[in-house]
Design a protein around this ligand. Structure first.
Ligand code: 3H9
Length: 706
């Protein structure tokens, strides 16, 4: 195996190569290696310049995040980079692929930076709840100005090579040709020109005015709700202009090291790995080659089908969009165009992009046009008989090896697969609305879906820039099944005397993107009412309070935003929530009629315990039954698809953080006086809580057993 970092002397140039697949993350071995190479070069007067570059698909994508959990082995990256920067020879750093976090900090310790035109440079630390800790907060402001630097830290998104050059972050951009060759020539030219080191630490900083800083702070608070990392970034960058370099470095060290210990950082690092682990499915390996998906059929051009069509067109996959008649298709295509046009207005797409994408979507009323597609996704309304009929037709027209998928969110896909002669090629692909925006894709495996089809679904999710999570067939799969008790409690709370604003406010302060009752108003109060009606076997018939509040609104024709009234009242054309007094009165009356209205005020804590802990309890059942493979899969579903705050790490991680005994005790407390079913602790939750264990530990033990 090659060394993760090595040194070669080419003429009078020292070439340092980092080669640590897959992404050249800086591990302890690389830190040790770079330090020893630095010390070797410091005393080598024959070397006139140093070039640092990376092998493989990318420059360094950051520090090795897996080391952050425990005590990091010495030496510290910041100390290594200090010595590296002080080398007497000029240092050229050549960047390609994605240079991120500690990768850019490494480049900043060099004296000159040259980038491939496809390179992207950025500081994603904010997405991990941490502050750059390898002197980035002190060097970047010196190189590109404090304001631009702070914006990069707060934004978290990488910039392209040309933009990096405009910022002054790189000196040269190489278009075409070999980067290493160009960088060597650059280094030789420096030597020929007698140029020495140009150390960022010696540069002055352009500070940010207090007034401007206040604006940036306000904007960041809006963009990153509920987390302290932006404030920490601001404090670290402030040190760059208020203090000399060495003192600023000490401030950054304290802030960055502290940021690694926060619950929000633990949560976000957990999600980083959880989102990558989801695609590892036991039993599916390199032999299960994903099939090529170059063209896709979509049945149904409504909101869901249209959004899915956009997701495919955006990923450069041909679409055949099918509906019953031309009028339906025209409506569907008009909505797609309208959505694309609004992206043009917001500057996200050009008019030419829109034309190209519209060209990718061919509309048809004829199933025969699906004969050559590699996959068809059925996205019609939830009706088993209709779906079985569609699958019978698809089975007849589609080519051998093509995949038949359904976007159902509730129905038993085994029953749908059973009507085909190729049940191994049938899978659930459950998109979330709007399907062109939402990152989550639930991949639902039936009893017969083949490994190859599952592998294809994961590859497809990646191509669509989504995160695929595997679920077994059950009512609601992972996400909607856990929503059921969550919504049940929210609905009951408003009958007991909490206002919708109170319930949603508590959930939003906890970190949900939107309170559940506001979500109902947005999606349509009728959606849930109809889903419950269509699935009587999933609805307890002996509980008159069950999802009763939405029925009360539904009976009045208050369906939410679309009718101007629901849990809230809306002015025409506005989504701003106002108190809906009539609804409050009716809901209070209903609570009294059912005998559940309470006189004492309901606290935020009770709202969270009843709604969120019930969701966690259902998550435990889902793990017990093997519907989800891992607690992290559930967390990924909830943060990518249901607006659960990333800084909480998802419901199962959050439960581990607060302690499963806390969850269990609250379930027992709220279960008193309720029917035996509602807060009944899941067996797994109870066992783990009583042992003082966690979902994470349970999962690790399961992994070790297999
Ligand atoms: C930092 O640098 C802090 C500093 O200030 C220093 C403080 C002292 N570490 O995403 P992929 C793994 S914080 C460890 O599927 P892609 C990943 O888990 C860091 N592992 O590929 C996966 O493993 P597996 C700042 C990492 O092509 C494999 O590599 N940097 C790291 O879709 C492939 O990853 C970041 O936050 C890492 N840093 O995307 C960058 N990065 O195959 C995070 C990746 O076993 N990384 N892995 O599942 C990314 O954004 C993407 O991985 C990247 C490639 C864009 C690079």
């Amino acid at each position: 195996m090659s060394q993760p970092i090595s040194l070669a002397i080419e003429g009078d140039i020292a070439v340092i190569t980092i080669d640590s697949p897959p992404v050249n993350a800086i591990s302890a071995a690389i830190r040790r290696g770079l330090l020893s190479i630095t010390r070797e070069l410091a005393g080598n007067s024959k070397v006139k310049a140093v070039l640092l570059h990376c092998a493989g698909r990318t420059f360094v994508a950051g520090a090795d995040i897996s080391e952050f959990g425990g005590v990091m082995a010495p030496p510290e990256l910041r100390n290594v980079l200090t010595e590296f920067e002080l080398l007497p020879q000029p240092i050229v750093v050549a960047l390609h692929g994605t240079a991120l976090g500690g990768g850019v900090e490494l480049a900043l310790a060099g004296h000159y930076r040259i980038a491939d035109s496809g390179a992207r440079l950025g500081f994603p630390e904010i997405t991990l709840g941490i502050v750059p800790g390898a002197v980035g907060t002190q060097r970047l402001p010196r190189l590109i100005g404090a304001e631009q630097a702070l914006q990069m830290f707060l934004d978290g998104k990488p910039v392209g090579a040309e933009d990096a050059k405009k910022l002054g972050l790189v000196d040269e951009v190489v278009t075409g040709g070999d980067l290493k060759t160009a960088a060597l020539a650059y280094a030789k030219q420096l030597v020929a020109d007698g140029k020495g080191p140009r150390r960022v630490r010696d540069m002055p900083v352009t500070p940010i005015s207090e007034e401007r800083l206040a604006q940036i702070r306000a904007q960041a608070a809006k963009q990153h709700k509920g987390v302290i990392t932006p404030e920490l970034d601001i404090a670290a960058v402030r040190a760059s202009w208020e203090l000399p370099f060495e003192k600023g470095l000490a401030v950054e060290r304290a802030i960055s090291d502290g940021s690694l210990q926060t619950p929000e950082s633990r949560a976000q690092r957990h999600l980083f790995f959880a989102e990558r682990e989801v695609a590892h499915v036991p039993g599916i390996g390199a032999n299960d080659k994903p099939r090529t998906i170059a063209a896709c059929g979509i049945i149904g051009s409504g909101t869901m089908g249209g959004g899915i069509a956009m997701a495919f067109a955006n990923a450069d996959i041909q679409v055949v969009l099918i509906d019953v008649d031309q009028a339906a298709l025209d409506r569907g295509l008009a909505t797609i165009r309208k959505n694309y046009d609004s992206s043009v207005k917001r500057g996200r797409l050009t008019a030419a992009d829109v034309e190209k994408r519209m060209q990718m979507i061919k509309a048809s009323t004829d199933y025969a046009d699906l004969a050559q597609v590699d996959l068809t996704i059925e996205a019609v309304f939830e009706d088993m008989a209709l779906k079985r009929k569609i699958f019978t037709d698809l089975d007849r027209v589609m080519k051998p090896g093509a995949i038949l998928a359904t976007n159902t969110s509730t129905l038993d896909i085994n029953q749908i697969a059973a009507v085909t002669k190729r049940p191994a090629d049938v899978v659930g692909l459950h998109f979330f609305s709007p399907a062109n925006v939402m990152r989550l894709l639930e991949i639902v495996r039936t009893d017969t879906t083949s490994n190859e089809v599952i592998a294809t679904a994961f590859a497809l999710a990646k191509k669509l820039k989504k995160v695929g999570v595997l679920s077994k067939v059950c009512f609601g799969f992972i996400g909607n099944r856990m929503m059921e008790p969550y919504g049940r409690e929210a609905e009951r709370l408003v009958l007991e005397g909490a206002t919708p604003a109170q319930v949603d406010g508590a959930l939003e302060r906890f970190g949900m993107a939107m309170g559940i009752l506001a979500v109902y108003d947005m999606a349509g109060v009728d959606v849930g009412v109809k889903a419950h009606k269509a699935n009587p076997d999933q609805v307890p018939q002996d509980d008159p309070t069950y999802y009763r509040s939405s029925q009360v609104l539904f009976d009045q024709g208050w369906l939410g935003q679309k009718t101007g009234k629901g849990y809230y009242r809306y002015e025409a054309g506005s989504r701003e929530r106002h108190t809906h007094d009539e609804a409050l009165r009716l809901l209070a009356d209903e609570g009294k009629r059912l005998g559940i209205a309470r006189s004492e005020p309901i606290s935020d804590a009770e709202i969270i315990e009843r709604c969120v802990y019930s969701m966690i309890n259902e998550g435990a059942r889902i793990l017990e039954e093997g519907v989800a493979l891992r607690p992290g899969d559930i967390d990924t579903v909830y943060t990518a698809g249901y607006g659960f705050a990333r800084f909480r790490g998802g419901p199962m991680f959050y439960a581990d953080e607060i302690g499963l005994d806390t969850v269990l005790a609250a379930l027992r407390k709220h279960g008193e006086g309720r029917n035996a079913r509602d807060f009944k602790p899941a067996r797994l939750l109870q066992e783990l809580a009583e042992k003082g264990s966690t979902f994470a530990a349970w999962h690790a033990a399961q992994e070790n057993r297999t």
